[in-house]
Design a protein around this ligand. Structure first.
Ligand SMILES: NC(=O)c1ccc[n+]([C@@H]2O[C@H](COP(=O)([O-])OP(=O)(O)OC[C@H]3O[C@@H](n4cnc5c(N)ncnc54)[C@H](OP(=O)(O)O)[C@@H]3O)[C@@H](O)[C@H]2O)c1
Length: 246
C-alpha cells in the first residue's frame, strides 16, 4: 500500500473528472490535498475528501493568470510550509481542423495546457529545491504522442508537456525531485462526453483492452509516480491508454 502520509499535494483542475479522481486517491493514501480550480469549483472535491476521512482544502486558481498562481503557491507555503507533490492536470480542448482553427483557439489551449505548467512548476520548484525533494507529474495525452486530426493545438500542448518535463527532470534530478508525465488515452469524463456514441464506439474498437479508461485508472498511475516506490523514475511518460498507442 502506497503511503503518502504527511505529503502536501497540489492538484490543478481538481473540480471534476481526472483531477478530482487524482485528488481523492492521493488523499486516500494519506496526502493533504490542495484541490485547485477556478473560483470555488474545487470546494466539492475537498469536502468529499474530508467526509471520507481524508485531508483536503480547496483553493481558487486560474492557471492562465500568473498572479493567481503566485497567490495559490504562497498560500500553500504559508499554511503548510512545503509542497511535496504537484500534479499539473488542468486542461481544455478547442478542437478544429487546422485550416479553420482560429488563432485564439491555439492561444487558449497552449496557455491553459502548457504555459500553465511552466508557471506553476516554476513557482513550486523553489520550495521543492529547498526541501531537497519533490514529485512533479503532468497530465499529457495519447494525442500528444500519436497526433489526432482536429486537435493540432491540443496535441502540440500535450507533446510540449512531455519535452518540458524531460528538460526539467534533468535540471532538478540532483535535488531529488522527479518529473514525470502520465499520458491517458480516452477517459470517461466531461471532456469526452461531447463525443458522439458512434465516435465512442469507433474509438473503443481501436483500444486493445476494449473499453474507455476511468479516472481511477489515471489516478492510480499518478499516485504511484508520487510515491516513494517511484523514487528512481524520472523523465518518463507513463501511458494509461488501454494499449491504444504503444
Ligand atoms: N478525458 C480524457 O479522455 C483525457 C485524455 C487524455 C488527457 N486528458 C487530460 O486530463 C486532464 C483532465 O481532463 P478531464 O477529462 O478531467 O477534463 P474536465 O472534466 O473537462 O476537467 C478539466 C479540469 O481543468 C480545470 N481547468 C480548465 N481550465 C482551467 C483554468 N483556466 N484554470 C484552472 N483550472 C482549469 C477545470 O476546472 P474548472 O472547474 O475551473 O473549470 C477542471 O477541473 C486535462 O489536462 C486533459 O487534457 C483527458
Amino acid at each position: 500500500m502506497l503511503d503518502l502520509t504527511g505529503r502536501v499535494a497540489i492538484v490543478t483542475g481538481a473540480s471534476r473528472g481526472i483531477g478530482r479522481g487524482i485528488a481523492a486517491l492521493l488523499a486516500s493514501h494519506g496526502a493533504h490535498v490542495v484541490a485547485a480550480a477556478r473560483g470555488e469549483n474545487a470546494a466539492g472535491t475537498a469536502s468529499e475528501i474530508r467526509s471520507a476521512g481524508g485531508k483536503a482544502e480547496s483553493v481558487p486558481l486560474e492557471v492562465t493568470d500568473a498572479p493567481s498562481i503566485e497567490a495559490m503557491v504562497a498560500g500553500v507555503l504559508d499554511r503548510h510550509g512545503r509542497i511535496d507533490i504537484l500534479v499539473n492536470n488542468a486542461g481544455i480542448t478547442r478542437d478544429q481542423l487546422m485550416l479553420r482553427m482560429k488563432r485564439d483557439d491555439w492561444d487558449q489551449v497552449i496557455a491553459t495546457n502548457l504555459t500553465s505548467a511552466f508557471a506553476v512548476v516554476q513557482a513550486a520548484l523553489k520550495p521543492m529545491i529547498k526541501q531537497r525533494g519533490g514529485r512533479i507529474i503532468s497530465i499529457s495525452s495519447v494525442v500528444g504522442q500519436s497526433g489526432n486530426a482536429g486537435q493540432a493545438n491540443y496535441a502540440a500542448s500535450k507533446a510540449g508537456l512531455i519535452g518540458f518535463s524531460k528538460a526539467v527532470a534533468r535540471e532538478v534530478a540532483s535535488r531529488n525531485i522527479t518529473v514525470n508525465v502520465v499520458a491517458p488515452g480516452l477517459i470517461e469524463t466531461d471532456m469526452t462526453k461531447a463525443i458522439t456514441d458512434k465516435a465512442q464506439h469507433d474509438w473503443t474498437a481501436q483500444i486493445p483492452l476494449g473499453r474507455l479508461g476511468t479516472t481511477a485508472d489515471v489516478a492510480a498511475a499518478v499516485c504511484f509516480l508520487a510515491s516513494d516506490e517511484a523514487s528512481y523514475i524520472t523523465g518518463q511518460v507513463l501511458a494509461v491508454n488501454g494499449g491504444m498507442y504503444m
